[in-house]
Design a protein around this ligand. Structure first.
Ligand code: UD1
Length: 365
């Protein structure tokens, strides 16, 4: 009997995390995967482009949940997923990351008595004001198999009383995808299209509610980026949440290179050849660690401490003057050269599937 896996994706970073796991599962005859898209991200540039570029199979089902408050998104996914799983009950619910779709799926699986595997378990910012932190805590407490991307994840889960038998340090699936697509990304023409020269520009992304939802903070961060743009070109692919706020604040012509959200391949090339990245994203802190591009994280904390200990990441907070100074200092420093963190080697998905194989009822342990 094959293990029936229901793999849940909803938002942009999760497509990048799930793609290599699905590919590895397809290579192994013991597994059958059904891909469920919650529809949390629905516009072509936030969803379909990623499926196409990453060679992911089209979702078997789309719950079409769309935008809404956190409660509306979470509850909407829960109701529709309960219907889906009542009709086709999987052996395992596979969830990744920390978005609303992740926690919604873990809750439904738990209530239906379906085992849950969480990829990227144990990451903690220790900041309960972040919606993702609630999602991480709840998902982990409900999970039966917890796959950690870095040692801090293991330590956090142990400190929360999760038994060690459930926890596996497997490495970073997002980096599996990066390794697979780096050569293909190098062939994209994004630098020419935007008139950029390798290592002579910065990339900025902003979408965290703490940075973009208050008009005052968003205006001062965008002004800071415009100031930095006097020293080198700054490309700013604008997340829909941020664009809406910028339009409301009348901020669309600040002297930066503004683009729509880019596809995975173009964005990988753009960050890989940047002199500097400024971001409040989680995944970009990890990708720049492997790309060896200096990353300034515009937050007071990170749930990914290994990117600071062993990577190129620096937490610079949200004060525009301090961020600008840190950016200018970075431009004067030599580019970093560091070995990658353990298991950020392109094989994390294979390790996950090895663990799942061992958990099959007839497996020899
Ligand atoms: C979500 C995740 C966040 C992740 C981010 C990556 C949660 C709590 N947050 O935040 O962890 O880092 O995705 O992008 O799950 N919108 C579109 N098109 C889309 C999707 C969204 O225009 O395809 C707009 C909608 O107006 C929506 C807003 O973007 O209100 C925010 O989308 P939402 O999914 O609620 O959260 P994100 O900010 O994207």
């Amino acid at each position: 009997m094959k293990m029936q896996i229901s793999a849940i994706v909803g938002a942009r970073p999760n497509f990048v995390k799930m793609a290599p796991i699905l590919e590895e599962a397809r290579r192994r005859s013991e597994f059958e995967c059904r891909l469920v898209h919650t529809g949390q991200h629905y516009s072509p540039e936030m969803s379909k482009t990623f499926f196409d570029e990453l060679g992911m199979p089209a979702p078997d089902v789309n719950l079409e949940i769309g935008s809404g408050s956190h409660t509306a998104q979470t509850a909407g996914v829960m109701l529709r997923l309960e219907a889906e799983w009542s009709e086709r009950r999987p052996d395992l619910a596979l969830v990744v990351g920390d978005v609303n779709s992740t926690v919604a799926a873990a809750l439904v699986a738990s209530k239906l008595g379906i085992r849950v595997a969480h990829v990227e378990a144990g990451l903690r910012s220790f900041d309960r004001r972040m919606p993702e932190e609630t999602n991480r805590l709840v998902t982990d407490v409900l999970s039966d198999l917890l796959f950690a991307s870095e040692p801090s994840g293991v330590a956090n889960l142990r400190a929360e009383g999760i038994p060690k038998e459930k926890i596996f340090l497997v490495g970073n699936v997002m980096i599996d995808t990066l390794h697979k697509f780096r050569d293909k990304a190098a062939k994209t023409v994004v630098l020419d299209r935007l008139g950029l020269t390798s290592k002579r520009y910065a990339v900025a992304t902003l979408h965290r509610p703490s940075n973009v939802d208050g008009a005052g903070q968003l205006v001062s961060l965008v002004n800071m980026l415009a100031e930095l743009a006097r020293h080198l070109p700054v490309v700013f692919p604008v997340h829909p949440r941020t664009r809406e706020r910028m339009e409301r604040a009348g901020l669309l012509k600040p002297g930066l290179i503004l683009t729509e959200p880019l596809g995975y391949l173009e964005f990988l090339r753009l960050t890989g050849e940047a002199r500097l990245v400024l971001t409040d994203s989680g995944g970009i802190q990890e990708e720049t660690t492997i790309l060896q591009v200096p990353c300034l994280t515009l937050r007071e904390n990170t749930e990914r401490p290994i990117t600071i200990e062993q990577g190129t990441n620096r937490l610079v907070g949200t004060d525009p003057q301090k961020i600008l100074q840190a950016a200018l200092d970075t431009l004067d420093a030599p580019p970093p050269s560091l070995p990658p963190p353990q298991f950020w080697d392109g094989q994390a998905s294979a390790r996950i599937l090895d663990v799942l194989e061992r958990s099959l009822p007839n497996a020899q342990s």
